[in-house]
Design a protein around this ligand. Structure first.
Ligand code: NDP
Ligand code: MG
Ligand code: MG
Length: 339
């Protein structure tokens, strides 16, 4: 495994060259600000509206995609994945300079052939393994979110050097940059968010909450037990793995964990995880999501609405209002999306 640190990047590969950040949301805003403060030349490309105004208010150079993209040595396409193919066709394919670099933070569109990049472009990936807000906050604190890096197309012979310099500029080399390829990043990222981080974790929380409430326990107590405390456990895992968690939880909790955990996540769950991974690998998930997007997202909207109306959200809002520091944390993270 290739693993790069702060001394392995050559920031001069990007210094003095123009980096256009197209999309100023969760990742785009963090990348643009970090690169700017790392001494890089950054121009944000945005349509008129919220992002355009925010980038200006943050003190960055902002322009329309039509004007910014032709000036770019490197274009980071950081709009939502489903918007990227259209924006690539409209603004990047016709306007990007010969030999420019095109950078993604997730390999979805290249891997599933929703975008077929021009042959003269370097096509690279820098994917921080954390939400944009954390990419920003850790950078400000002198730290960095570990990132994956990959090269899909090396037209100029400089693709890898550019990707590493970019990863360095956003703070990634402080946490470590691992080399991968578009297929591995795309498939593992989708699997992680579906089976464990988002899909798996929220479903575990929801079903745990429902089980306690159905049995007559107070929803407030259930909320603290299955949602609020989850962060404390995840923090321990994050800091020091299973060993650190075991150090901090009671023996009773450990015995319950070791004997009951495998009953919750059992052979059926394992089989479902494998099936979910197969659907990612054979393109079933990607086809379904692209079709959903193209058909107007009615199903996605309905499912999301249902999630937002879950009873745990009602009690959660009430309880979080009693902890003002949580509100501050939420406001600091304009869009705490991670995956
Ligand atoms: P966001 O949803 O936060 O992106 C929103 C931005 O895209 C806004 O600036 C918005 O501008 C702009 N945008 C949306 N649609 C259009 C459009 N049609 N034309 C022009 N601009 C548009 O994206 P993320 O940061 O979540 O994701 C960006 C990439 O990073 C994706 O590839 C994602 O998979 C990847 N990624 C994301 C992570 C995360 O933490 N969210 C983690 C790792 C990778 P406006 O204000 O004008 O609408
Ligand atoms: Mg869920
Ligand atoms: Mg993702």
């Amino acid at each position: 495994m290739q693993y790069y640190g702060i001394n392995d990047a050559n920031p001069d590969a990007l210094r003095g060259r123009t980096i256009v950040i197209y999309g100023y949301g969760s990742q785009g805003r963090a990348h643009a600000r970090n690169l700017h403060e790392s001494g890089m030349t950054v121009v944000v490309a945005a349509r008129p509206g919220k992002s355009f105004d925010q980038a200006k208010a943050d003190g960055l150079a902002v322009d329309t995609p039509e004007r910014a993209i032709p000036t770019a040595d490197l274009i980071a396409l950081l709009t939502p994945d489903m918007q990227q193919p259209e924006l690539y066709e409209k603004h990047i394919a016709p306007l990007a300079r010969e030999g420019a670099a095109l950078l993604f933070a997730h390999g979805f569109n290249v891997h599933y052939k929703q975008i077929s990049p021009r042959k003269d472009l370097d096509v690279i990936l820098v994917a921080p393994k954390g939400p944009g807000a954390l990419v920003r906050r850790q950078y400000e604190e002198g730290r960095g979110v570990p990132s994956l890096m990959a090269v899909f197309q090396d037209a100029t012979g400089k693709a890898k050097e550019l990707a590493l310099a970019y990863a360095h500029g956003i703070g990634g080399t402080r946490g470590g940059v691992m080399e991968t390829n578009f297929a591995e990043e795309t498939e593992t990222d989708l699997f992680g968010e579906q089976a464990v981080l988002c899909g798996g974790a929220t479903e575990l929380v929801a079903v745990g909450f429902e089980t306690l409430v159905e049995a007559g326990y107070q929803p407030e107590v259930a909320y603290f037990e299955v949602l609020h405390e989850l962060k404390l456990i995840v923090d321990l895992l994050w800091e020091g793995g299973f060993a650190r968690m075991h150090e901090f939880i009671s023996e009773t909790a450990q015995y319950g964990d070791l004997t009951r955990g495998p009953r919750v996540v059992d052979a059926h769950t394992r089989e479902q995880m494998r099936a979910i991974l197969r659907e990612i690998q054979d393109g079933t998930f990607a086809r379904q999501w692209v079709a959903e997007h193209k058909a107007g997202r009615a199903n996605y909207d309905a499912l999301k609405q249902k999630d937002l109306e879950h009873p745990i959200e009602v009690v959660g809002k009430k309880l979080r209002a009693r902890m003002p520091w949580l509100q501050e944390a939420a406001q600091g993270k304009a869009k705490p999306k991670a995956v």
